[in-house]
Design a protein around this ligand. Structure first.
Ligand SMILES: *[C@@H]1O[C@H](CO)[C@@H](O)[C@H](O)[C@H]1NC(C)=O
Length: 230
């Protein structure tokens, strides 16, 4: 009777465990074990019915030992699950979110600032250094790519919003620093390729190298909508 109650409780535990996303291997292993416990428990019942208490006790000892091993395996799986949850927690960590507000400062302005300024729809070439706000470490720069300036079309929605907003109005050779909250930079997921963790606030040091005279082909709508705004 007790053994039967034990197997029912175990089946429930296994079902709950499986529904929480145990690996198929673990589920198969524990299912096989429950079957063997059921068999053993049936044998205990027969032995008791036949008056062979000593053999029944020995068989129960085997079940208890096996249950101990299974308990360890389950515990290890649970601990592993907890570690998995912990790394998910880390992935959504806010430790790189410093609460920084977006800001832009001009750190160098050339004496002659005329001609085409950086405007939406125009091609720009920039040198940049990107640092994390939380530890001031450099994570990327155009100097890492052989000092070849980075090319982009200002206002292109596939570029960082911090750049689209922060570079606008610069004249060639002007330098700016930009502090950007994560949601205007690499976002909630960060960018593993660039080595940016989730929700990382960043700081950019930008030097505008050049601006195209005309809007880039396919991007004149950005320039137009701009002049309509004005
Ligand atoms: C701009 O200057 C202000 C005042 O010195 C400072 O608080 C802010 O962090 C600076 N922003 C950037 C992007 O450097």
């Amino acid at each position: 009777m007790r053994a039967a109650a034990l197997t029912v409780a175990l089946s429930l535990a296994v079902a709950a465990w499986a529904s929480e996303g145990a690996s198929p291997d673990d589920t198969a292993r524990v299912n096989a074990w429950v079957d063997s416990v059921k068999q053993a428990a049936g044998l205990v019942r027969q032995l008791v019915a036949a008056g062979k208490q000593d053999l029944a006790v020995a068989k129960l000892g085997t079940i208890i030992n096996d249950a101990g091993s299974m308990r360890e395996a389950l515990q290890a799986a649970a601990d592993g699950g907890a570690r998995g949850a912990r790394s998910e927690e880390l992935a959504s960590a806010t430790e790189f979110d410093t609460g920084a507000a977006f800001s832009v400062n001009t750190t160098f302005k050339p004496k002659r600032c005329s001609g085409q300024l950086a405007s939406p729809g125009h091609r720009v070439r920039i040198h940049y250094v990107g640092k994390f706000v939380h530890d001031s470490k450099v994570f990327a720069s155009s100097f890492h790519t052989g000092s070849v300036p980075y090319r982009m079309v200002l206002g292109d929605p596939s570029e960082l919003e911090a750049w689209n907003v922060g570079i606008e109005g610069m004249c060639p050779n002007e330098r700016r620093s930009i502090v950007s909250p994560w949601n205007m930079a690499y976002g909630a997921k960060g960018n593993a390729k660039v080595g940016v963790p989730p929700k990382a606030d960043v700081k950019f040091f930008i030097e505008l190298v050049s601006v195209s005279e005309r809007p880039a082909p396919g991007f004149s709508h950005l320039a137009k909508s701009r002049s309509e705004d004005l």
